[in-house]
Design a binder for this molecule. Sequence first.
Ligand code: GLY
Ligand code: MN
Ligand code: MN
Length: 496
Amino acid sequence: MSEEQKQADNRARSTTDELRAFIREGWAARRPTVQGPSPAARYAADRRALLSAAYPRQRLVVPAGGLKVRSNDSDYVFRPHTAFAYLTGLGADREPDAVLVMEPFDDGGHEAVLYFRPLADRDSDEFFADSRYGEFWVGARPTLEDVELELGVTARHVDGLVDAVAKDAGQVTVRVVRDADRELTERLDDARVANGAERETLAGSDDALAHAVSHARMTKDEHEVEQMRAAVAATREGFEAMVAALPDAVANGRGERWLEGTFGLTARHRGNGVGYDAICAAGNHANTLHWIKNTGDVTEGELVLIDAGVEVDSLYTADITRTLPVDGTFTDAQREVYEAVYAAQEAGMAAVRPGNRFSDVHDAAIRVIAEHLHAWGLLPEGVSVEDTLDKEHGQYHRRWMVHGTSHHLGLDVHDCALATREEYMDAELRPGMVLTVEPGLYFKADDLKAPERFRGIGVRIEDDVLVTEDGCENLSDAMPRSADDVEAWVQRLTAR
Ligand code: GLY
Ligand code: MN
Ligand code: MN
């Protein structure tokens, strides 16, 4: 017996035939887990239709992915692969091991088939004895009929998947989104090769599909925009709760965790989750860009930078940052830095309009950052604003803002990750795109090139904007942003 088997065995209990007979009987009739079509179903059908037109007579395979072990026999909460969520409309924790197959018709078009693990019957051992999938342990999954009603697709048992995908892989081009489920992809590769496909061609041909789904997400449909609005509104509530909790965060040790907990609690109270681990960075921690340890104290007189986003059930997430004076008033130095970042953000937002390129947003914001650094005398001797903005020989300003100003936002916090540079950075902005505008300035406490008054100050302001026909709409506009408005916000919500 292997060590793993011994370990798995050490808490096992015997299952008798008497128990089997007893446990399968005496239950009320099952109620359907699904009441009707999902609100996302028809949008997902439109998204599949676009993909179908791009890949006639080819079989497209989009796995949700499987459960991931967190430790020993405990799994992480399941989160489907983004391509799967986009093309099915299924969201939070749906559906481990499911696979969407777009089965081609000979004369064009596809049938959407969802292979998944349907609810097991009550006379199975899985029903009561399988701690990973069984109804006694993780609840009832949907049936095949449930999923057909919910999504308007054909539903089949996942046991038939590999054969259905690979049966004629020598004749039909089969493309798989490979990174969704590595283990399944290996099995599908072997089966495809066994049925006549050439192993060397698989990865390259597959990657085109993942790229297409990533790129398709760049402009959002009306359902996606509605979900983004809901995520932003819920994020605003979470920020308001954190602002109100600042005195408690100061009074309790590890106040950064107090803020993080307050955000998560507010998200949960409204039935949501978070799209990424919140950054709650007080004082000099704000200068660590991805500070998610959140182990620090929150202290009066300092700033706290909070970068957090609620993810709604459909998996759309907001991504918003506010930098707050903990006691409600910026010091002169804090305000000086804050106003510079605010001016950069205003310039960035003004550049968000159709016809401008994505990279124009960063160019507009970073110019303002560079102008301030120059005016403060921080660039090397003789280096002008134009010199530092020179992409070949300059870039000195990046010492204080090393990240970009924007990214696409949606199902993934950094959405559309597989789009090419031409499709992303160099592409023109189009109505329906959703992006962040998030300049910052970061003066580390040990930065001897920074003026002493700025050392330990880090500021970022991040909003989520929707590109419209003639400019943009700031989806997070209801959250105070200017220095004066932020001060008033903190003072109002912390008045006891
Ligand atoms: N929260 C990560 C980012 O702002 O990109
Ligand atoms: Mn962020
Ligand atoms: Mn961001």
